[in-house]
Design a protein around this ligand. Structure first.
Ligand SMILES: [Zn+2]
Length: 107
């Protein structure tokens, strides 16, 4: 049986998302972690490219990345996923319930 969220809570002070699941568990997700786990093709390609980079290269941080990241909105996509809009302008990530039930930290 697939777990479904029963409650979504954006904790702006702690900069994290809290999801209550149908099995009674509650998971916390930092905004950075969610952004990092973005499953869209662009981000997965970038993650692969980063992994292959020379380790001694200094990372370059764009102004968008330097600003504290926020979640501007979350939209349900059917009954199986959510799209998340981030303050860096990225909104093409579709987070399946399966992915969301695997990442984050149980609290
Ligand atoms: Zn992405």
């Amino acid at each position: 049986m697939t777990m479904t969220p029963t409650k979504l809570d954006l904790d702006k002070a702690e900069r994290r998302l809290l999801i209550d699941w149908s099995d009674g568990s509650r998971r916390a997700y930092t905004i950075a972690e969610l952004r990092d786990q973005c499953p869209c093709a662009t981000c997965r390609e970038k993650a692969d490219a980063d992994a292959q980079q020379e380790p001694d290269l200094l990372p370059i941080i764009s102004p968008e990345e330097a600003r504290p990241l926020e979640i501007l909105g979350m939209q349900p996509m059917g009954s199986y996923a959510y799209s998340i809009e981030f303050s860096d302008g990225h909104d093409t990530g579709i987070y399946s319930l399966e992915l969301l039930s695997e990442i984050g930290t149980e609290v």
